[in-house]
Design a protein around this ligand. Structure first.
Ligand SMILES: [Zn+2]
Length: 112
């Protein structure tokens, strides 16, 4: 069974090695899906949504929201945001997949 929680955050970034719209500093409203995998427990849940939200907010969203991502993540592409987020969460959650949307129509999917 897979359980997913959706998050959004507003952040600035720039990609110095990229030649295009993301080269200069600007902002995005990012969307993130964090999906965990597990068996349904006797309480009827895989993982309490409240607990999932708390862990992701503490370890990921609070560090990225309204921040300059370059001060947190080297070359903060959607790909590297997904990898960094996985590293913050993997010891705390039975991760299956992280998706990061940089625009409403462009997103990456990371699984390890
Ligand atoms: Zn950008």
């Amino acid at each position: 069974m897979f359980v997913t929680k959706e998050f959004t955050f507003d952040s600035a970034h720039y990609l110095p090695d990229y030649h295009g719209k993301c080269e200069s500093m600007h902002g995005h409203t990012y969307k993130m899906h964090v999906t965990v995998e597990g068996e349904v427990q006797p309480d009827g849940m895989v993982l309490d949504f409240v607990e999932l939200k708390k862990i992701v907010k503490e370890r990921v969203i609070s560090k990225l929201d309204h921040k300059l991502l370059n001060e947190v993540i080297a070359t903060p592409s959607a790909e590297n945001i997904a990898i960094w987020s996985w590293e913050q969460l993997e010891k705390k959650l039975p991760l299956y997949e992280i998706k990061v949307w940089e625009t409403p129509t462009s997103f990456v999917t990371y699984r390890k």
